[in-house]
Write a protein that binds this ligand. Structure first.
Ligand code: ZN
Ligand code: ZN
Length: 358
C-alpha cells in the first residue's frame, strides 16, 4: 500500500471507531500528513470514499503536483472553510476543536447543511501522526544526522570558551542551514553556567568562561521533519558539584532511555528518571516532563510526563530529556531522540553524552 493510501486507511479506521461519517481536516500539518501538500492554505474533507482537498488559486499548481491521487482537488474562493463545510455530507462530521477558532467554527456551522452535526473530536489526525511510518522515521533520522554534523562543526570543532552564547547559537543555526536544513526546528538554546538553570534559556551576548557547564539544545527541520537533541558539556575541567550533577542526570537519562519500548505509559517512563533524581534529593529541581514526541512538529504527542497515561507503541519517536536545574547555580539537561521499537529504542542522536570538554 502506498504511503497516502496507508494513512487514508488509518484515518478511515479512526473515523469508524469514533462513529463519524466524515472529518474536516484544517490543521496545516494534519493536511500535509494526509495529502502531501506543503502549502499554507489547504483543507480536506474525508467522508467515506469522498476525499476533497480545497485550496485557493495560488496553490492549484502545487496541489496538482503534491496532493495524493486519492483526493479530488477543488478550487475554493476566499471562504475556504465555508466551502469545506458546505461540501460535508449529512451525519456526524468531526472537526479538531484544538485547531478551529471560535470564529471559524461559527463559519463552519453557518455553511454546513441542516443535516450535518458538527462534532468536536480533538486532535484526531495529530493522534495518528504519533505513529510514524518508515518514510517519516527516515526523514527524522536525516534531520538528526544533519544536526549532529552541524554541532560537530560549530561547537566541537571551535570549542565554546571565549565565544558568546549568541554567537554559538548563530553559528550552529548557520551550520544547519548550510548543511541543507530548511529551517531550525526551534530557536537553539546555548546556556552557560547559572544561565543553564533556565530550561528555555535565550542565548545572551555573554562570553562563555572556562570551567563552566554549557547546555546546548538544538534541532534541524529537514523535509518538514524535526530533530531535537541536548548535550551539556564542560569548557575544560569543571568543579566536582557540576560533574556530580551531570553524572546524576546522565544516569537518569540512560535508565529512562533503556526503558523505552512499546508498552509502558509516558508516566511510567517519566518515573524511571524521576525516581533516580528524587532519590538524589533533586526531585524539585526537575520541573518538566521527561520527553515528548517529535515529527512534523518538534513538540507533539506522545508525552512522557507525570500525567501522561497513554502507552508507547512501536513507531512513536520520542525524546528522553531529564534535567536538574539549581536556580542561580547550574543546569544540566541531556536529551536523546529515539524511535520506539520492539527490539529496544533506536537512538537517532547516539553520539557521546558523557561530560566532554569542549
Ligand atoms: Zn530539545
Ligand atoms: Zn525536547
Amino acid at each position: 500500500m502506498s504511503v497516502p493510501a496507508a494513512r487514508a486507511a488509518r484515518l478511515a479506521a479512526a473515523l469508524a471507531e469514533a462513529d463519524l461519517d466524515g472529518l474536516l481536516v484544517t490543521g496545516r500539518l494534519d493536511v500535509r500528513w494526509l495529502t502531501g501538500f506543503t502549502g499554507t492554505n489547504g483543507a480536506c474533507l474525508v467522508a467515506g470514499d469522498r476525499r476533497l482537498f480545497l485550496t485557493d488559486f495560488r496553490y492549484l499548481e502545487q496541489a496538482a503536483d503534491q496532493v495524493g491521487d486519492g483526493f479530488e482537488i477543488v478550487r475554493a474562493g476566499r471562504d475556504l472553510l465555508g466551502e469545506l463545510a458546505a461540501a460535508a455530507p449529512s451525519g456526524r462530521i468531526g472537526f479538531d476543536d484544538t485547531e478551529v477558532t471560535v470564529r471559524a467554527h461559527r463559519r463552519l456551522a453557518e455553511k454546513a447543511g441542516a443535516t450535518v452535526e458538527l462534532v468536536a473530536v480533538g486532535p484526531l489526525v495529530a493522534g495518528l501522526r504519533e505513529v510514524k511510518d518508515a518514510s517519516e522515521i527516515e526523514r527524522i533520522a536525516a534531520a538528526a544526522e544533519l544536526a549532529t554534523t552541524a554541532f560537530e562543526e560549530a561547537v566541537v570543532g571551535p570549542g565554546l570558551a571565549g565565544r558568546t552564547e549568541r554567537a554559538v547559537a548563530f553559528d550552529l543555526e548557520h551550520a544547519m542551514r548550510r548543511a541543507g536544513a530548511e529551517d531550525v526546528a526551534f530557536p537553539s538554546i546555548v546556556a552557560a553556567g547559572a544561565h543553564g538553570a533556565l530550561p528555555h534559556a535565550v542565548p545572551r551576548d555573554v562570553e562563555i568562561a572556562p570551567g563552566e557547564l554549557v547546555t546546548v539544545d538544538w534541532g534541524a527541520r529537514l523535509d518538514g521533519y524535526c530533530s531535537d537533541c541536548t548535550r551539556t558539556w564542560g569548557t575544560g575541567a569543571v568543579p566536582d558539584v557540576l560533574a556530580e550533577t551531570h553524572a546524576l542526570v546522565l544516569r537518569a537519562q540512560i535508565a529512562a532511555l533503556d526503558a523505552v519500548r512499546p508498552g509502558p505509559t509516558g508516566r511510567e517512563l517519566d518515573a524511571v528518571a524521576r525516581d533516580i533524581i528524587d532519590a538524589a534529593g533533586h526531585g524539585e529541581h526537575f520541573g518538566h516532563g521527561l520527553g515528548h514526541g517529535v515529527g512534523l512538529e518538534v513538540h507533539e504527542g506522545p508525552r512522557l510526563a507525570k500525567v501522561a497515561e497513554g502507552a508507547l507503541v512501536a513507531g512513536n519517536v520520542v525524546t528522553v530529556e531529564p534535567g536538574v536545574y539549581l536556580p542561580g547555580e547550574l543546569g544540566v539537561r541531556i536529551e536523546d531522540l529515539a524511535v520506539v521499537a520492539d527490539d529496544g529504542p533506536h537512538v537517532l542522536t547516539g553520539f557521546t553524552k558523557a561530560l566532554t570538554e569542549v
